[in-house]
Design a protein around this ligand. Structure first.
Ligand code: FAD
Length: 404
């Protein structure tokens, strides 16, 4: 099984390609987008665990050239009073501290690494069908072409066609109850005590709001607001100015920096629906495996989706690296990957759903709740999860599978 095809060149797909290539496989990536990857223009915080996973793929430095490091998170209430100031992850090492960057920059940096290492990427290749057989798996694409390999890795995101092919009856992603607004502006005045290594979370009366100012003074912000999903008709009829006014109505009652930052944002303002997959779906076929959002998309509240995808990529590559080239060994490797990953990623979905639900209930009642990273990703350095470190460490073998 030397040949592996990866479907999707987003964060999970590019990282999987890097890991599988490093493990010695012949990898080809097929990406639907004609030249880059799909992106909604949002930024993300890549947590220390995600940066650690990148380091195992020798890609942390390439990513750390983008965005800026975050070492602390502070929390404000709706009156602008500080409730907490917390260290974020493994603070001061540039390759393991939290990083704030545009999702497009992360995807582009990873795809650049993929190409730099000589891994083939075919753009404009949208998978529409797959057939698994004794000798290989064949993918068919919207342009009429097809490709065959020993294993297919489905990294095609939230609306995964690979997942639908594997389990046509499985429910698709569901709305998680919040609209997520994002924006960037150079024109907001940073609060007096502002620092570029800090992200501030505001427990507003009507929104969970977060902001960070880059070293160049650009504000990156998001707001999560409970309510009905944005419909296609509403999206067509509403531009940045309309979204800004909608959001300002929610933020203005509070005495926090949020409303002024949003008011200073002009055209770089977008909105999306928070979505999640219900845990428990199938991840594996005979010659197919899912990772990233295709397997386990969480609503954005914990800010861990990309980091979880990067962890998946390392663990999948290690599991396959350690397997002999037989169908039984491949099955066992994919089973081990799922065993090692499912509890952690499904806990992230559950925590994120809880945060989202409490935020939604709180907003409806006029109260508030707090977005926070999952426990182990927000701990200071002395509490780094040793088991996770061993799992991610490229040179450490994976534990033996649990057998009933
Ligand atoms: C608003 C928002 C905010 C977020 N904030 C954070 C955050 O702060 N921190 C964090 O860690 N995560 C965050 N996330 C989650 C994170 O963006 C995702 O978990 C991550 O992008 C998943 O990567 P992926 O590669 O699985 O999917 P994607 O990034 O969606 O990539 C999928 C790729 O597959 C391609 N593709 C799709 N269909 C096909 C097909 N049929 N054939 C071939 N290719 C196909 C797409 O073009 C795309 O390039 C956020 C998500 C959202 C929506």
């Amino acid at each position: 099984m030397a040949e592996i095809m990866v479907i999707g060149a987003g964060i999970a797909g590019a990282a999987a390609a890097l890991g599988l290539h490093k493990a010695g496989f012949d990898v080809t990536v097929h990406e639907a987008h004609p030249d880059g990857g799909e992106d909604i223009g949002a930024f993300l915080t890549l947590a220390s665990n995600g940066m650690r996973a990148l380091a195992q793929l020798d890609a942390a430095s390439a990513v750390a050239r983008h965005g800026f490091a975050l070492t602390t998170m502070n929390v404000l209430d709706e009156a602008g009073q500080e409730l907490a100031a917390l260290p974020l992850g493994e603070g001061d090492h540039p390759l393991t501290s939290y990083r704030c960057l545009r999702r497009a920059a992360l995807g582009a940096a990873l795809r650049h690494e993929v190409r730099r290492r000589g891994i083939a990427v075919r753009h404009g290749a949208r998978l529409t069908g797959l057939a698994e057989g004794a000798d290989g798996v064949t993918a068919t694409f919207a342009d009429g072409s097809s490709a065959t390999a020993g294993l297919l890795v489905g990294a095609d995101g939230l609306h995964s066609a690979v997942r639908s092919q594997l389990t046509p009856a499985a429910p698709g992603p569901e709305y998680a109850g919040q609209r997520v607004f994002y924006g960037y502006t150079d024109d907001a005045e940073a609060p007096p005590d502002s620092r570029s290594d800090r992200i501030t979370m505001v427990r507003g009366s009507g929104a969970a709001f977060g902001y960070a100012f880059s070293p160049a003074g650009e504000a990156y912000w998001f707001a999560r607001v409970a309510g009905p999903p944005v419909t296609a008709a509403e999206a067509d009829a509403t531009g940045p100015a309309g979204w800004r006014e909608q959001l300002l109505r929610v933020l203005r009652p509070d005495a926090t920096p949020a409303a002024d930052i949003v008011a200073a944002t002009t055209d770089q303002l977008m909105v999306t629906n928070a979505r999640q997959l219900r845990p428990g779906g199938h991840w594996r076929g005979r010659r197919t495996v899912l990772l990233g959002d295709a397997a386990h998309a969480a609503s954005p509240a914990t800010g861990q989706g990309a980091s979880m995808a990067l962890e998946d990529a390392v663990v999948l590559a290690k599991a396959l690296r350690e397997a002999a080239d037989t169908p039984e060994a491949r099955d066992a490797a994919l089973e081990l990957y799922e065993q090692l990953r499912r509890p952690r990623v499904e806990q992230n979905i559950a925590v994120s759903a809880q945060l989202t639900a409490s935020r939604s209930a709180g907003a409806a009642a006029g109260g508030a709740s707090e977005p926070s990273p999952p426990r182990d990703s927000a701990r200071p350095a002395q509490h780094v999860d040793e088991e996770l470190l061993r799992l991610l460490d490229w040179d450490s073998p994976l534990p033996a599978p649990d057998r009933p």
